[in-house]
Design a protein around this ligand. Structure first.
Ligand code: UDP
Ligand code: MG
Length: 366
């Protein structure tokens, strides 16, 4: 699978290149064709943290995260830092961390793929019996790891963080998030918990199932909810960003919201049907009115009402077409079956005994 690999006694820098003529059975679906397998060890815990322009925060984050992980499981964990095409020194810092600590694995994506795909890349490489997802900007407190593990020990598959307070988040963000979760709750086919992000601890089997879901438009918190099993919430206060600015631009937020709404409901498509039903009723009423006016000799001189009607119906039609477009676009992109993300480089300590690749990691999924 790996075409090129540099090794020194204590570390390995693995470069991924497409495999030339690998035979592939017709039934195999390649979910992460470009994510190479990491060697075998299965730590008790993997932590996946997506990083986009987090140079100012990374030092503080890795410090607190490593402390929390050590307190919870000694040395038996890996911290996977996924650099999502940062334009600052984030990748250089991650590389340095990965080369100096055997617990840190650095993954460099080929470009900015967005938060959800950066997490997806990390999850496909995570080898732990349990996997935690956490933002790298310290809005999610790493110290909650211990509490999450305790809750999971009670027999849960997923412990997700639910935000009690969101310190210093803009009114705009809080208002739009509120509207989004309400809409999602009203139309989604599964119950997706409100006020949650992707901050969570998941069991290995949930991660395996998540990795096997081939959809391109990934709304991870919804996908995990869809997987079911025993899930519970852990209330927490979301802190302010440690430093730097949010990587979620308005367009990324809108995209995530649309992914959430369209991935878990076809209700918007039915809205098109409802609107056209309403349109037919209004048109029918108008026709009766027009005939009655003609018979009684009262003709309507105004064209304003006519114009209004034309505008109303053409807007409704455009809205319906836009809804179709949202779904059709997703079907089109899914049809291409492109890889979800492209890993450029993985930096980690070389194991003393480079054993066989861990099962199911970064390999073809059926
Ligand atoms: N992030 C990412 N790719 C992006 C945007 C963000 O990997 O394109 C990471 C970012 O570094 C952080 C997490 O995803 O660790 C959440 O992003 P951010 O804090 O910018 O979003 P917000 O908390 O403002 O919603
Ligand atoms: Mg943040």
């Amino acid at each position: 699978m790996l075409a090129a690999m540099k090794r020194s006694p204590s570390l390995a820098v693995e470069k991924t290149l497409p495999e030339p003529d690998a035979p592939e059975p017709a039934t195999v679906r390649r979910l992460q064709p470009v994510a190479p397998p990491l060697p075998a060890p299965t730590p008790a815990l993997s932590i996946v943290a997506p990083c986009y322009n987090e140079a100012e925060t990374l030092e503080a984050f890795t410090g607190r995260m490593l402390d929390a992980a050590q307190a919870a499981c000694g040395d038996d964990f890996e911290l996977i830092l996924v650099n999502d095409g940062s334009r600052d020194a984030t990748w250089a810092m991650i590389q340095a961390k990965a080369l100096s600590s055997s617990n840190v694995v650095g993954v460099n994506l080929a470009r900015n793929h967005g938060h959800q795909l950066a997490v997806t890349a990390g999850l496909s490489l995570a080898r732990g019996a349990r996997v935690m997802i956490i933002d790298a900007d310290l809005q999610d407190p790493p110290e909650l790891l211990g509490e999450m593990i305790r809750r999971m020990d009670e027999g849960f598959d997923v412990v997700y963080g639910k935000r009690r307070a969101r310190a210093k988040e803009s009114r705009f963000k809080l208002a739009t998030a509120g509207i989004f979760y309400r809409m999602l709750g009203a139309i989604a086919e599964v119950d997706i918990p409100h006020d949650t992000g992707d901050f969570r601890l998941m069991s290995r089997r949930i991660v395996e199932r998540l990795n096997a879901m081939p959809e391109q438009d990934r709304f991870l918190r919804g996908m995990v909810a869809w997987l079911g099993g025993k899930q519970t919430e852990l209330l927490y206060d979301r802190d302010a960003r440690h430093a730097g600015a949010t990587g979620y631009t308005l367009s990324k937020m809108v995209r995530l919201a649309l992914d959430g709404l369209t991935s878990f409901s076809t209700a918007p498509l039915r809205l098109a049907g409802l609107l056209s039903g309403l349109g037919v009723l209004v048109a029918f009423g108008l026709a009766i009115y027009a005939v009655a006016s003609f018979v009684t000799g009262r003709t309507t001189p105004g064209w304003t009402s006519l114009a209004l009607i034309v505008v109303f119906f053409s807007t409704a039609q455009l809205l319906c077409m836009a809804i179709f477009g949202e779904y059709l676009g997703r079907v089109y992109m899914q049809g291409k079956q492109r890889p979800l993300y492209l890993v450029d480089e993985i930096v980690a300590f070389a194991p003393s005994d480079p054993a066989a690749p861990a099962p199911g990691l970064g390999r073809d999924q059926t």
